[in-house]
Design a protein around this ligand. Structure first.
Ligand code: AMP
Ligand code: ZN
Length: 117
């Protein structure tokens, strides 16, 4: 747990969030400012600053986050070819990173534009 990290606090249940999935490695909860009808964040329970801080030893965890992302989309009825969803990780000012606890965005429920804005 990193001091004053909002996502660590969500994982620990210290601040409220709508948790849609949790296991021993990861937690998924609804984004407070959704950018699509379905917008969930998947985070490692252990604090990792961001995608650049992943070590080789974290590879199974990184894969798990992706699998949980797909599971959450399936839970929401979006893991079908006609529906669909988008998974993304932001990094840096140009990438749009704001919260410094690694998180995978899962968005769906509307047609996604490409390229992203
Ligand atoms: P990023 O820009 O990739 O760092 O994304 C951070 C995301 O966290 C944004 O989409 C925010 O809306 C979301 N967020 C910030 N605080 C909370 C919170 N307390 N509960 C749920 N989502 C949050
Ligand atoms: Zn944290």
């Amino acid at each position: 747990m990193s001091q004053d990290c909002i996502f660590c606090k969500i994982v620990q249940g210290e601040i409220p969030a709508t948790i849609v999935y949790q296991d021993e490695l990861a937690t998924a909860f609804r984004d407070i400012n959704p950018q699509a009808p379905m917008h969930v964040l998947v985070v490692p329970n252990r604090h990792i600053d961001d995608i650049t801080a992943l070590s080789e030893a974290d590879e199974p965890l990184a894969g798990h986050l992706l699998r949980v992302a797909a599971q959450v989309a399936a839970q929401e009825g979006l893991a079908t070819p006609d529906r669909g969803f988008r998974v993304l990780v932001n990094y840096g000012d140009e990438g749009g990173l704001v919260v410094h606890h690694l998180h995978v965005h899962v968005l769906g429920g509307r047609k996604m534009g490409w390229p992203p804005g």
